[in-house]
Design a binder for this molecule. Structure first.
Ligand SMILES: [Zn+2]
Length: 89
């Protein structure tokens, strides 16, 4: 991936193993700009750039659990909406 400055940005990741959290992002080798950061908790995508970086920095066991909860609830909800809008009824 190419950085806005024109240099090559390489894929990086940081892990907080105790929290089963991982952030994947691109960092430029020249200007160190970070982009496209995606936060995963237990391998579930919970947030994208730029929210993901702050969340990862400030992550606690509690916030990790609530983020994961939030995403799972949304998934349940969208499944429900699919049923409601579909031809299954
Ligand atoms: Zn750059």
């Amino acid at each position: 991936m190419q950085c806005k400055c024109g240099s090559e940005a390489t894929s990086q990741k940081a892990i907080k193993s105790k929290l089963k959290a991982k952030i994947e992002f691109y960092q430029c080798g020249s200007c160190t700009r970070v982009s496209s950061a995606v936060l995963f908790i237990q391998d579930v995508e919970v947030a994208t750039d730029p929210r993901s970086r702050t969340l990862f920095d400030e992550l606690t066991g509690e916030s990790a659990a609530s983020l994961l909860d939030e995403v799972r609830r949304e998934q349940e909800l969208s499944k429900f909406e699919l049923f409601a809008n579909g031809e299954l009824f």
